[in-house]
Each structure stands twice: as structure tokens, then as C-alpha cells.
Design a binder for this molecule. Structure first.
Ligand code: CLF
Ligand code: SF4
Length: 496
């Protein structure tokens, strides 16, 4: 079938500006060398890097100096962690030992972050002692910290002394009236300050800290928790302001509020955003800002690639028995990092060439389509549908392919012989793919194939081991050729 063509490409639905993939790594390709060097192997600051490099957190910071309505202090700081998770608290010495053990055993681990379980800068001695030791003993590890910002201005000088190039500030609002609906109180100058007054001080400290970090040349990522009905209409404004001040990346995360977590919002029934609402807001902000869409809301003691947790391999009793020669580990790590950098460069060049070819083809007169991908990393489709714990969601449109988000799934398949037997888990997985019209994986069993088709999602195992963007574009073109992406079809789906 002949494809309908346009004389000019229609405007992309989103902030995709490059005409090909509007992802963060494309923007990173255009950065000045000094900044590119800082982000190219940081899995949070570069979407591309998160397929190859790992991060770890050490939970050394128990105290917090504010209260957020989405937090219960029994659990890790919800500004960078999935709510409802408890981490094992470490001393700085234990944290250093654990970091070096992980670095020696997982050479892809490039970043050590401190993100809780409370606020790292409300525990300055423990946080800075950990950073001090690591910047001396393990200089090849990037150091990263996440904070609510209240104590940030007082910490900037110290942060800049320890080779800390990356700081995350959680900024949920720049309006004290909205702030009072998120933060019931802050602890400031030995006093508890409530309501608008407390929120105003917090906001001022966050903005001052942001400006001071930028002045020191430290990269700043801003996290915001999207709370429908509270700050959802306001976060695009926050994005504009933090970008104007020099923040590098904005990570809008969904509120997760469950009654069983015992948080104020959870108990009050405050809802979190749907996947569509989150994407809409991220797209709205993307006009002004680099957006992070691959955040996995890690725990305060996370270890491994984003979305993976290898913490059990590095418990205190296990690392006690490990004998680490860090000099030898550093040499091995360098070889691994160089090999990954070479692979990434080759893949990036291939992708650019491939996308240029596609962009030279006549643009399609078709609507955008979402596809779910089963991948364990390296940017390729390499996972069995039933083994996937999460799916990466990409959007294909006439403007190219872009990464949208990830969706958590229950892994329902215990192995080839049991594939597809646990139906209710399968149905939950399929529900998590709501809005996607195709799922691309390396292999898929008969039963999930049928169930996906019944749910209106095309299963596709024909692109195993292929680069994700290329496969998504190929399937998009096939769907367009088959007439599945025209305007009429779009109306039917909307009405279904
Ligand atoms: Fe950790 Fe955060 Fe540093 Fe990354 S996590 S302190 S910037 S090294 Fe990353 Fe995890 Fe999302 Fe955080 S995926 S929760 S953004
Ligand atoms: Fe909880 Fe983090 Fe907020 Fe402190 S800053 S109250 S630890 S979510």
C-alpha cells in the first residue's frame, strides 16, 4: 500500500525538536565538552547512559528537617525513593566499604549517591564524612547528592570541595500558598515553623541554593513530585524558573500515596497522577527544559542499574568477607568504562545515520503511537515478554522516536515451561501497558500473545536483539502501511 505523505512534517505533539529522537541523549550530544564529560556516564543525567551504567546509594542520613505530606518517616525519603521502602542505615565507614566493594564487583557502577533515608544535608557530618573518604580513596566514582534544599545554602561550599558535580533539589513549588499544602512544617533555627511561613523559608532556601550551585559550576537536577489538584497546574512555571536559573534537568515524578504507607496524603485519599497526566505535564515542561523520563524512584540503598536492585549481594556480613584491592579494581573499571564509551559512540553514530535515512523519507500522515519494549539494557530489545519486570514506553510519530516512560510490570513467567500460566498476573501486566498499541520483545508465549491481541496490543517478537529506536520506527512504518494509524482509526480508538 502507498503511504500517504505530507509536503511538510506536521508539528510534533511534544517538545521533540530535533526532527528525529527528541530524547535527552540527543540534547546531550550537543552539549559543551566539559558538561558532556560530567553527564555521559551518569545514569540519571543521561538517558543514554542509563542503559549501560549503574548507580548506588548509601543510606547514611537518617534525620530530616522538614515534613512532606507524602512522607512517613518510617520509610526512605520519598523525594528520591519509592514510598514504603525501608533501607538499612550505615555508618560512613560502612558506607565507604560497601561502595568500594560494589565498585570492584560491578565496574559499570559510576555514581555514588546519598539520598536518604532522611535528608542528606540535615545530616552533614555523616554525609560529608562519607564523601570525604570516597573522594580520597575512590576518585573514579562520581559523587551525587539529593536534598530538599532547606540546608543547601550552608552546604554549597563543602559540596564544592568534594568533587561533587551533581546535586538534586526537590522543588515542588515556588508559591508559599501551594507549599503550605505540601509541607505542614519545617525545622528552622531550632524551631518548628508551620504553614505558609515555613513553606516560604523552604522555597527561598531552595532557590538560593540553586543559584549558589550554578555559580560554582555544579550541575543541578530538579525533582518535582506531581500532586494532582495541588501543584500540577503550577509545575510548568516551576520548570521555567529553574531552567532560567541554570538547572540542567527536570524530573517530574508521580505522587505515590497509599493508605498503608501511613502518610497524610495516603490516609486522606489524595490520588497520584495517571500515566497520561504525567506524560502530558512532562511534555508541557519539555518546551522549556531537558526532562528526565527514566527515573525509577530508587530506594536510599539502591545498588545496580536503574530499575534493578542488587543490594542483597552487598549486605554488611557479605562485604565483611570481601578483600578489596581498589587500585586493581580501578584499572579494571577504566577498561570497562572505555569499552562502554566506545560501544556507546558506535551505537550513537549508527543511530544518527539510521535516523537521518528515515528522516529523508517522506514524512507519514499518521498519528503518534505508543509501544512497550522489553529490554534488559544496552538499548536493544533483548527480553522475553514474561521475564520483563518493567517495560520501556516509546512514542513513534512522523517526528521520530522518543522515550516516554517506563511501566512497572509483575514478572509472571517463571521459565519457558510455565510461561503464561499465571493469568491474573498476566492481566495486571497487560493493564499496565494501557495506551500502548504494540509490545516488542525478544520472545513471547502463545497465551500472552492471545491476551495481548484481545486487549488491542500487537505482540511483536520479530525485532529481537535490534536497537530499540530502529525497531520502533520499523514497526511504526509497518503499522502505517497497514492503515492502522490514520485519523479515522485514531477516532475509533478514542471512542472505544
Ligand atoms: Fe542517586 Fe539521584 Fe544521584 Fe541518581 S538516583 S542521588 S541523581 S545517583 Fe536517579 Fe534514582 Fe531517579 Fe534519583 S533514578 S530516584 S533521579
Ligand atoms: Fe520525608 Fe524526604 Fe520530605 Fe524529609 S524531605 S519529609 S525524608 S520526603
Amino acid at each position: 500500500m502507498e503511504l500517504p505523505v505530507l509536503n511538510e512534517a506536521p508539528e510534533a505533539k511534544s517538545g521533540c525538536s530535533s526532527g528525529s529522537c527528541g530524547s535527552t541523549d540527543d540534547q546531550i550530544g550537543q552539549l559543551p565538552d566539559a558538561i558532556r564529560e560530567k553527564v555521559q556516564n551518569h545514569p540519571c543525567y543521561s538517558e543514554d547512559a542509563h542503559h549501560y551504567f549503574a548507580r548506588m546509594h548509601v543510606a547514611v542520613a537518617p534525620a530530616c528537617n522538614i515534613q512532606c505530606h507524602y512522607c512517613n518517616r518510617k520509610y526512605d525519603c520519598a523525594n528520591e525513593s519509592r514510598p514504603g521502602v525501608v533501607s538499612e542505615l550505615l555508618t560512613p565507614d560502612q558506607a565507604v566499604k560497601k561502595t568500594m566493594a560494589v565498585a570492584a564487583n560491578i565496574p559499570q557502577m559510576t555514581v555514588l549517591g546519598i539520598a536518604g533515608p532522611g535528608d542528606p544535608l540535615a545530616n552533614p557530618e555523616r554525609t560529608f564524612e562519607t564523601f570525604r573518604q570516597l573522594s580520597k580513596d575512590a576518585p573514579d566514582i562520581k559523587l551525587c547528592v539529593s536534598t530538599n534544599g532547606l540546608a543547601l545554602p550552608d552546604a554549597v561550599e563543602e559540596l564544592s570541595k568534594h568533587n561533587i558535580d551533581h546535586v538534586t533539589i526537590t522543588i515542588n513549588t515556588v508559591d508559599p500558598e501551594i507549599g503550605a499544602k505540601i509541607y505542614p512544617w519545617i525545622f528552622w533555627n531550632n524551631r518548628r515553623i508551620k504553614g505558609v511561613k515555613g513553606a516560604k523559608i523552604l522555597i527561598e532556601q531552595q532557590q538560593k541554593g540553586l543559584e549558589m550551585l550554578i555559580a560554582k559550576g555544579i550541575l543541578v537536577k530538579v525533582n518535582s513530585v506531581m500532586i494532582p489538584g495541588v501543584n500540577d497546574q503550577h509545575l510548568a512555571e516551576v520548570s521555567k524558573i529553574v531552567k532560567a536559573k541554570g538547572a540542567f534537568l527536570h524530573n517530574v515524578m508521580p505522587l505515590i500515596a497509599e493508605a498503608e504507607h501511613g502518610t497524610f496524603y495516603g490516609v486522606m485519599g489524595q490520588r497520584g497522577p495517571s500515566a497520561e497526566e504525567l506524560q502530558e505535564l512532562q511534555d508541557q515542561c519539555a518546551g522549556d527544559m531537558n526532562m528526565m523520563r527514566h527515573c525509577r524512584q530508587c530506594r536510599a540503598d539502591a545498588v545496580g542499574m536503574l530499575g534493578e536492585d542488587r543490594g542483597d549481594e552487598f549486605t554488611l556480613d557479605k562485604i565483611e568477607d570481601m578483600d578489596i584491592d581498589y587500585q586493581a579494581a580501578m584499572e579494571k573499571r577504566k577498561l570497562v568504562h572505555d569499552a562502554i564509551a566506545e560501544e556507546m559512540n558506535t551505537k550513537r553514530a549508527e543511530k544518527t545515520e539510521h535516523m537521518e535515512k528515515l528522516n529523508n523519507q517522506p514524512p507519514l500522515l499518521t498519528r503518534p503511537v505508543l509501544m512497550a519494549i522489553a529490554s534488559s539494557g544496552q538499548g536493544i530489545i533483548n527480553m522475553h515478554f514474561g521475564h520483563a519486570k518493567e517495560f520501556l514506553v516509546y512514542e513513534a510519530s512522523s517526528a521520530g522516536v522518543r522515550f516516554i516512560s517506563h511501566r512497572k510490570a509483575d514478572q509472571y513467567c517463571g521459565g519457558d515451561t510455565t510461561c503464561g500460566e499465571t493469568e491474573s498476573v498476566l492481566m495486571r501486566t497487560i493493564r499496565s501497558l494501557d495506551g500502548c498499541e504494540a509490545v516488542l520483545c525478544s520472545k513471547i508465549g502463545y497465551e500472552p500473545w492471545e491476551q495481548l491481541e484481545q486487549a488491542g496490543i500487537e505482540p511483536n517478537g520479530e525485532h529481537a536483539m535490534e536497537p530499540i529506536e530502529e525497531a520502533v520506527m520499523a514497526v511504526y512504518r509497518e503499522m502505517a502501511e497497514a492503515g492502522k494509524l490514520d485519523a479515522e482509526d485514531s477516532m475509533q480508538r478514542a471512542n472505544a
